[in-house]
Every structure is written in structure tokens, then in C-alpha cells.
Design a binder for this molecule. Structure first.
Ligand code: SF4
Length: 454
């Protein structure tokens, strides 16, 4: 039995792909090990959206190459977007690599490894298939028994001017609704309570079945009917594809959570146009207004980029103003990263790192102030939490104040909630009285449990 060590970089899609990879490798008799030193094969599942993330991967390959010590073992492989971004050049850039494979080739991973061993030649598999690669039968390794990601589409057709994803993950392809529903039904039978429908741009999901076209809202309505699944989430959504039908579908369902990730990227119309985002800040705010009036208490998270080429103080000020208006519940804040082959790479007016960093810090402080105010309002209230397991504190924070009784879960609005209960509540819906809040977490004490209908 071969032992493998897997390291995942980047976004939720990559984490999802890693779960699929673990399933594929396990069903081929491979066993995962914690330490790279004990592995026969080391796999790095990578992201090339930002240069900093890529540099981390290259320096890790450099460190890992010392394990080979003149031998062929351990094999080192690179998966994900960096493989499709660098193509055959990846072997010049990182000579210690034995194989590289794109997001669509992960089902073939055991064959790629075997080919490398049998032929002694470096392997590169970066083609895109027409069908979503996860449509076939496969086994998954899921880190939770309560909540699961379900892939519904892959690729992206939006071509934002700064982004490599359309090139590294290919064009949009939706997965068949039947295949999605049978996976959700299977999860419900196993006792999972929550599913998150995942894809690069889920609200452009589009499947032509024998009975007619299935859009994203129609898919949500079908998932809503699956008995046993009590909560439905989805990510990510593009603001331009957020329709009234989708808003009505969320507001009309008890299971679809009142929470949406809606990346805005900038508050300046000039920058949004340069980014090729296809909406203005007024249109974004108008959609946020519709969401907030149709769905009581909806929480909105976003991605925001500072330091885009030619971004002026005034453009940045408009971003801060938009943040004040929306008051986001979670923020993924980035500094623009120049990526080869994207239109933005050739734009004039690339900003210095110092200016971009300064704007990052200003935007981050504003978000922190806004979210602290917002979360403080939960203190004294009761929120329903789906318990996902024992709470071990945030990694590296030293936060273990709940000791062995600590448990964690998420509210309908996707707040992380840590709480104490007198018994293991994993998989149960618990009413938690909130006693304390921070920018990233609510903390409290469990009171009642919601008993689910049979
Ligand atoms: S929507 Fe834009 S930023 Fe998101 S993956 Fe597609 S091209 Fe990249």
C-alpha cells in the first residue's frame, strides 16, 4: 500500500477537490499520512490566483526535494490551477516535480502516479473534459459527518480581467441535476443535515434535462425537497447573475440559509469596468437592498480587492463608502496580484506594494469596526446552531477556554458559533444563548435542542 501526503492551498474549490482526491486515492488502496517524511508520494493541490500563493508552493517544493536525497522517492506531484497555468514549463520552474495534473485530471491520479513509476518519465495531465469530472461513481473522504460540499458546476466564463481561473479551470460546465440530487439523497441517508452547493459561479448553473431546462433556482427547489437535509447553502454567486427568481427561491424556503456570498471586488464603477465585472456599484447596492428586504436578517459576505492598477484615492474611498453602506458580515480582502496572461497585467498604473498594503489595512480596520458593532448586537440573543463537533479553539490562537465541553457550529446566517453544552450535540440543532462576540465568532451556552420531524 502506498502512503501519500496531501497539502492543499487556496480556495474552497481546491479544498473540495482535495476531498475528491482523497476518495480516489483511498479507493485505490493508498493511505494518507500526516508527515511528508513518511510518504511515498507527496501531492500539492495548488492555486495560481495570487503570486504569493504560488511562491509559497515553489518554496515548499524546494524544501520537499531534499527528502529525495538522490533517490526517486518520495514522488512529488503538483495538482490544481498551477499545473494548468504553467503547463510543461512547470518542470523547468520546479525540476523536483515528478508529475503535474489539472483540476479535471484528478480522477486519473492513480494512473498518473503508476505511469511515472512504470516509465520513469515525468507526467503532465492538464486537459479539460466536457463533462464535470465528478459525474462518475467515486468515493469521497469528507471531513464532517454533518455538513458536506456538493459540486454542481465547474469552470468560469466571466473573464474578469485580473483572474486566471477561466484559463486554469476551463469554461463553465454544469453537472446533471439527477447526479446532484442522487448525491444529496445519499448524504441525507448517511445522516448529513446540511449541504453546500459549490461551484465557481453557481448562479449561472444551467442543465438541459429531458424534461426541460433546469436553472439554479429550479435546482435549489429540487434539493429543498430532499427529506433529511435541513439546511442548504451555496457559493459562490456572481452579482450579475443574482435574479429576482433566486431571491424569491431563498425567501420562500425554510431550508435555504439566509446567507449569501456576493463578491463585489470594488466600490468604484471605473475600476469595476476595468475588472470586467459587468455591474456598477449602484446595481450591486440595489441587489443587496432587494436581498435585505426580501429575506429577513440575511447575511452578506464578499470578496474585495484593493490596489487594482490605476486605483486612485477616490476609487478607494468609494470602496470604503460601499463597505459602510452594506456592512458585510464577512470579508475576504485581497491585494491585487499581477498574473501573467491576464488583461489587467498590461494595464497602466500598477500601484506600489506600500500603497496597496496601506489601503488593505485601512479597509481591514473599517471592516473590523463594522463587524464588531454588528456581532455585538447578538449578545443576549438566542441563535439556532447546527452543531458540527467539538470546539478545539481557533488554530494558533490559544483559544481553548471552553475546554473539553466546547462545541462549535454555524448559525443560519453562517456565523461561527462556539458554545458549551452538557453533552455531545454533533448533528443537532441547538439554541445557543450568545454571551460574547468578536469579529469572527459568537460564543455562548446551549439551552434547548430543536427536535426534527421524522
Ligand atoms: S467570476 Fe471572475 S474572479 Fe470569479 S472565477 Fe470567474 S473570472 Fe475569476
Amino acid at each position: 500500500m502506498k502512503r501519500y501526503h496531501l497539502v492543499t492551498f487556496g480556495c474552497q474549490m481546491n479544498k473540495y477537490d482535495s476531498q475528491r482526491m482523497e476518495g480516489v486515492l483511498a479507493s485505490n488502496g493508498m493511505r494518507q499520512v500526516e508527515e511528508a517524511e513518511n510518504a511515498d508520494v507527496i501531492i500539492l493541490n495548488t492555486c495560481s490566483v495570487r503570486e504569493k500563493a504560488e511562491n509559497k508552493v515553489f518554496s515548499m517544493i524546494g524544501r520537499l526535494s531534499s527528502l529525495k536525497n538522490g533517490n526517486t522517492k518520495p514522488l512529488i506531484g503538483l495538482g490544481g490551477c498551477m499545473a494548468t497555468f504553467w503547463k510543461e514549463n512547470i518542470f523547468q520552474r520546479a525540476p523536483a516535480l515528478d508529475f503535474a495534473f489539472g483540476p479535471d485530471a484528478l480522477e486519473r491520479l492513480p494512473c498518473i502516479i503508476n505511469e511515472r513509476i512504470a516509465t520513469g518519465k515525468k507526467q503532465l495531465d492538464i486537459g479539460f473534459g466536457k463533462k464535470p469530472a465528478w459525474d462518475g461513481p467515486e468515493s469521497f473522504v469528507r471531513p464532517s459527518t454533518v455538513t458536506a460540499w456538493v459540486g454542481i458546476m465547474k469552470g468560469c466564463d466571466n473573464h474578469c480581467s485580473y483572474c486566471v481561473v477561466p484559463g486554469t479551470r476551463g469554461s463553465e460546465v454544469s453537472r446533471s441535476a439527477d447526479s446532484i440530487l442522487s448525491e444529496v439523497e445519499e448524504l441525507a441517508k448517511k445522516g448529513f443535515k446540511e449541504v453546500t452547493l459549490i461551484g465557481q459561479n453557481v448562479n449561472s448553473y444551467d442543465w438541459q434535462s429531458a424534461g426541460g431546462r433546469i436553472s439554479f433556482p429550479s435546482l435549489l427547489k429540487k434539493v429543498d425537497k430532499v427529506t433529511g437535509i435541513e439546511r442548504i447553502r451555496f457559493m459562490s454567486s456572481h452579482p450579475k447573475d443574482l435574479t429576482d427568481e433566486l431571491i424569491e427561491t431563498i425567501s420562500g424556503s425554510k431550508k435555504i440559509c439566509s446567507s449569501i456570498h456576493l463578491p463585489v471586488q470594488s466600490g468604484s464603477d471605473r475600476i469595476l469596468k476595468m475588472m470586467n465585472r459587468k455591474y456598477s456599484s449602484a446595481e450591486y447596492l440595489e441587489k443587496v437592498g432587494r436581498l435585505k428586504s426580501a429575506i429577513e436578517g440575511i447575511t452578506i459576505s464578499t470578496d474585495l480587492m484593493v490596489g487594482f492598477p490605476s486605483e486612485t484615492e477616490d476609487d478607494f474611498k468609494q470602496t470604503l463608502e460601499l463597505m459602510e453602506k452594506v456592512r458585510f458580515d464577512a470579508l475576504y480582502l485581497f491585494i491585487y496580484s499581477k498574473r501573467g496572461g491576464t488583461p489587467a497585467e498590461k494595464y497602466d498604473g500598477h500601484l506600489s506594494r506600500g500603497i496597496a498594503q496601506e489601503r488593505f489595512e485601512i479597509a481591514y480596520s473599517l471592516h473590523k469596526r463594522l463587524i464588531l458593532e454588528k456581532n455585538a448586537k447578538f449578545v443576549g440573543r438566542t441563535v439556532e446552531v447546527l452543531c458540527e463537533g467539538q470546539y478545539n479553539g481557533s488554530p494558533g490562537s490559544g483559544d481553548d477556554s471552553f475546554g473539553v465541553n466546547g462545541q462549535f457550529g454555524r448559525s443560519d446566517g453562517n456565523h461561527d458559533v462556539a458554545f458549551v453544552a452538557d453533552r455531545d450535540m454533533t448533528g443537532r440543532f441547538v439554541q445557543v444563548e450568545i454571551a460574547d462576540s468578536s469579529a469572527f465568532k459568537l460564543r455562548g451556552i446551549a439551552s434547548n435542542e430543536r427536535v426534527l420531524d421524522e
